[in-house]
Design a protein around this ligand. Sequence first.
Ligand code: FUB
Length: 347
Amino acid sequence: MNLTRNLAILAAAAAVAACGGSPAQTDGPRYIFPSDYMADPSAHIFDGRIYIYPSHDRISEVTDPEDGAHYDMVDYHVLRMDSPQQLQAEDMGLALSVEDVEWAVKQMWAPDAACKDGRYYLYFPAKDAGGVFRIGVATADTPEGPFIAQPQPIDGAYSIDPAVFDDGDAHYIYFGGLNGGQLQRWRDNELLPENAFAADGQPALAPRVARLSDDMLSLAEPSQPVEIVDADGHPLTANDPHRFFEAAWVHRHDGKYYFSYSTGTTHMLCYATGDSPVGPFVFRGVLLTPVTGWTTHHSIVETGGRSYLFFHDSAPSGGRSSLRSMKIAEIFYNPDGTIQTLDGGRQ
Ligand code: FUB
């Protein structure tokens, strides 16, 4: 790890503690894991604690950003917080490594996790030997793992950024991401020979959703597009700055389903709401304005009657887009169910 960078983050954390009074303050965004680069934090409450499943960024010899190759991650760690007020998350150790996944070759991108009947499931994207992003699943008896991967990726799950939502009687998996995430290489669940982006003015390419099988290891049904529409019911178009790019997340609040996502090239987190976990979702607004760095990617957790956004930026690495650091911030709902926009802090 870069000592200068670590010192800078620790100084920032100390400044937060000093300026905010007690470390228990979580008012503004703050870094939660200064000692390593981690991103794409998928947070869940398991066993009464917050478990975070992030990507594990690293300094790699692959620096070419073409197709996101510089996001060259090779393993996952699980982090834990006893509460949102804990100053720093605790690293629970190595959870899964690419060398332990038979079908995967490289680029372990944003994962997510789920719990069912006391078993834990880690869903993760990686490229196979053909250079195609697939989504795999690994299992464990504890939330921190280590996880044992299934020998093959999940049939019918592809592209990147799996997110799993527990709707009580069923789990749903969402996936998909544009550009380096390859969503544009798929139509109707078939791999195309080349990219097929949606044209300006046409409906934007949609993320996918499917119900998971009872054993959580496969799709119970072929994935369907997740419709994100405007207030008149028209799909957001490919050139709309608020259209979906990657990083799907679903949570429930006050009886509504919230589908939130990154707009990628326009660098926002946005959200849409609906009455069903599979949509359609009506666009409602911007959750987070651009951060320092190219990507951000998030999750939303409700605990103790308060809601928290976990996300990342690249400020501690001086803006290096593939070296990101995780943050937490409390978020607030308006009476009409909209969420107050958070400032991502890009200068
Ligand atoms: O971490 C690699 C990729 O960057 C993720 O899968 C995307 O969501 C973006 O954050």
